[in-house]
Ligand binder design. Structure first.
Ligand code: ADP
Ligand code: MG
Length: 329
């Protein structure tokens, strides 16, 4: 590990400071300064923290960690239908490791550049490895996609990669934990899904005015859908056999497939609802965004979630949502 005596301000200058673009003032002063949004726009703000050993394994390549730290935040903006503008980075790390910083910054800025957004400030301190990003985005006032908008009769949809599905990140985690074995090439496919999620930023914006509610999948489908049902005061029936899976996950026993797709976590796909008459608009939005979407169930007035198989028979197993204060680390 390359450990140097580079100081706090030198490392901020070397790895995180670039010329401001849209910001009136970027890194280097006590505050960043951003121009107000045009009239009729609302600011969307979200923070997500990644803690070593809890949200990522020490084995992850720094470049992928830089990507993921920003990706999980962009996923929250996507869920609201906001267009990203800028972000801040609060970073704690045990020591100045330039190999880590170089890779981390490369992954971080590659994704930032792909979305045309800039890092405008942050904080840097010594401590256990911990990354907290705050993202800022914009959207037309009153048009944010919310968890509370699902209505009885709506269709339930989920996004996924073309040819891929949910649950791959969880599958990769179980391989790391030694609970599942995969051939090397299959492992690389699911490992990439765990370490390099693609935030559905274009889809979120394309779904404004089409979806009635949305959430991004971070803690597992059943738990995240539960938030939508609670906020919208509705119930749902979900077809577990309709959930999209990658070819790798499709090769696993049905029990595991259900477990990983329904309660996997770390999918960073969008789960959303739309009126049945808006099915074509949903498909057109997905097409524009270059993402696949699958119809997986329906919203109902009767409370609670009913999970059924492809023949409509109830699945009796319970699928727990991930909860940081309840789950094993
Ligand atoms: P202050 O002491 O006023 O909190 P700092 O000395 O911590 O400010 O930071 C100096 C400048 O560097 C500030 O503009 C701050 O936003 C920026 N900064 C610090 N850490 C980071 C980081 N990890 N990424 C981006 N900018 C950072
Ligand atoms: Mg500071």
């Amino acid at each position: 590990m390359a450990t140097t005596t580079l100081g706090e301000f030198d490392l901020i200058a070397r790895y995180f400071t670039r010329a401001p673009r849209r910001a009136a003032l970027g890194i280097g002063d006590d505050c960043a300064l951003l121009a107000p949004l045009p009239a009729g726009q609302q600011l969307a703000v979200s923070s997500d923290m990644l803690v070593e050993g809890r949200h990522f394994l020490s084995s992850v390549a720094p470049e992928r960690l830089g990507h993921k730290a920003l990706a999980v935040n962009l996923s929250d903006l996507a869920a609201c239908g906001a267009a990203p503008i800028a972000f801040t980075l609060a970073l704690a790390m045990p020591r100045v490791d330039e190999v880590f910083l170089e890779g981390f910054a490369r992954g971080l800025f590659a994704l930032a550049d792909a979305h045309g957004i800039e890092l405008v400030g942050g904080d840097t301190t010594a401590g256990p490895l911990n990354l907290c990003i705050t993202v800022f985005g914009a959207l037309p006032a009153g048009q944010a996609l919310l968890r509370s908008g699902a209505r009885a009769g709506d269709d339930l949809w989920v996004s996924h990669p073309v040819g891929g599905g949910l649950g791959d990140a969880r599958l990769a985690l179980e391989v790391f934990r030694g609970n599942v074995a995969l051939p090397g090439d299959a492992f690389e496919v699911v490992r990439l899904r765990m370490e390099c999620p693609t935030p559905r930023v274009a889809l979120g914006q394309a779904l404004r005015g089409v979806a009635s509610s949305a959430i991004d999948l971070s803690d597992g489908l059943v738990g995240d859908l539960g938030h939508v049902l609670a906020r919208s005061r509705v119930g749902a029936t979900l077809n577990a056999d309709a959930l999209p899976t990658s070819a790798v996950l499709a090769g696993l026993p049905r029990e595991l497939r259900h477990e990983y797709t329904l309660a996997g976590g770390d999918d960073y796909e969008l789960l959303f609802t739309a009126a049945p008459g808006d099915g074509f608009a949903v498909l057109a939005a997905a097409e524009r965004a270059g993402v696949a979407v699958t119809h997986i169930g329906s919203i109902e007035a009767a409370p609670d979630l009913r999970i059924v198989d492809g023949r409509g028979a109830a699945l009796l197993r319970r699928f727990a949502a991930f909860d940081h204060f309840r789950a094993e680390p």
